[in-house]
Design a binder for this molecule. Sequence first.
Ligand SMILES: [Zn+2]
Length: 123
Amino acid sequence: MSDDYPPLSSSTTGLRCACPRCGRGKLFHKVLETRNACDHCGLDFSRLDSQDGAAFFIIVLYSAMVIPLAVWLEFAVEPPFWVHVVVWVPVVIGGSIFLLRPLKAWMLAQQYKHNMFSEDASG
Ligand SMILES: [Zn+2]
């Protein structure tokens, strides 16, 4: 059945958080929870699992961007502690979720593209 669909760019489907096979169905039904299957082509998503890969890259790369900004703010402005809380908590949580969705979708698309996902495999 996957032969009926032309190969799609995992970057494109990842950025759109779309099904890696058809590119039309939605991959997530909550913020970061994957659907059981594609609502367009019926691809079973239950065998796709990015585990903690996306979270690891977000932690490493996003913290490398945010921590220098927090240090710069501290030394440049010397704000009270509550300013750091008000600024950086939303930046860290919101930015992580914003980046985690497409990165997780890209990793799942890579699994599908490189046949690490098999409809014939058991377990
Ligand atoms: Zn689909």
